[in-house]
Design a protein around this ligand. Structure first.
Ligand SMILES: *Cc1c(COP(=O)(O)O)cnc(C)c1O
Length: 217
């Protein structure tokens, strides 16, 4: 596989869903990939990337940003409040806002810094104990709480349980987004991004299908 094939598959999925490919952003998930692979994708002109750890991203992306224009990196993994400032300096979007304490920390820092990345609220659609995200039943209240803090909430994000049909989770996320008037839907990974597009994804997060298998996380 690789970038070109994934782009083609996204276009095809958009055609089949009657959607405009411009409305689906491909986040190339570069976590733990060798730098040469990331560089190859940058050289192909791709500019939107995803990382799941602040520390790892901070060690990798500033140097690439010096060399390549208009690079945008989104945080797609959990965020600790003590790394929120660093995350807000580095990332253009944070897809993992999932609790009141993090929301209020981001709001305070946004005031102080005079800027805030785009935010997505992570919903634990599978209600899994080990997974981050607000429970579906608490999502509306948490969206309202974030809005009351003046946070730029753009949409919702989910990671479906591995052993379940992802479409059910994508449909649930889309429903929660719609009733809250949120346009953004961060859903779909290497194995299921076409289904996510069919159900309205605006941001698909594709790692291994672009870069190759990862050795860890
Ligand atoms: C790693 C990761 C991805 C990409 O996974 P692939 O299966 O390699 O496409 C997407 N979203 C999140 C939150 C991830 O951590």
């Amino acid at each position: 596989m690789g970038l070109t094939e994934i782009r083609n598959r996204i276009e095809k999925a958009c055609r089949e869903a009657g959607r405009n490919p411009q409305d689906v952003h491909l986040i190339a998930v570069s976590k733990v990939q060798p730098l040469e692979r990331v560089e190859a994708v940058l050289d192909q002109g791709h500019r939107l990337f995803g990382e799941n750890r602040v520390q790892e991203a901070a060690g990798k992306w500033p140097a690439f940003m010096e060399r390549y224009d208009s690079v945008s990196v989104h945080l797609i993994g959990p965020l600790q409040t003590n790394k929120a400032r660093q995350a807000m300096e580095l990332f253009d979007a944070i897809h993992s806002v999932d609790r009141p304490k993090l929301a209020s920390t981001i709001a305070r820092l946004a005031q102080e810094m005079g800027q805030c990345p785009d935010l997505f609220i992570q919903v634990n659609t599978g209600e899994e104990d080990q997974k981050a995200g607000v429970m579906p039943a608490e999502a509306d209240a948490f969206v309202a709480e974030c809005r009351a803090l003046d946070l730029p909430v753009r949409g919702l994000m989910c990671i479906p349980p591995v052993e379940e049909t992802p479409s059910l989770h994508f449909a649930l996320l889309a429903k929660i987004a719609e009733r809250n008037g949120l346009a953004g839907l961060s859903m779909g990974m290497s194995s299921d991004f076409e289904q996510a597009i069919a159900l309205g994804a605006t941001h698909v997060r594709v790692g291994s299908a672009i870069f190759g298998e990862r050795t860890t996380h």
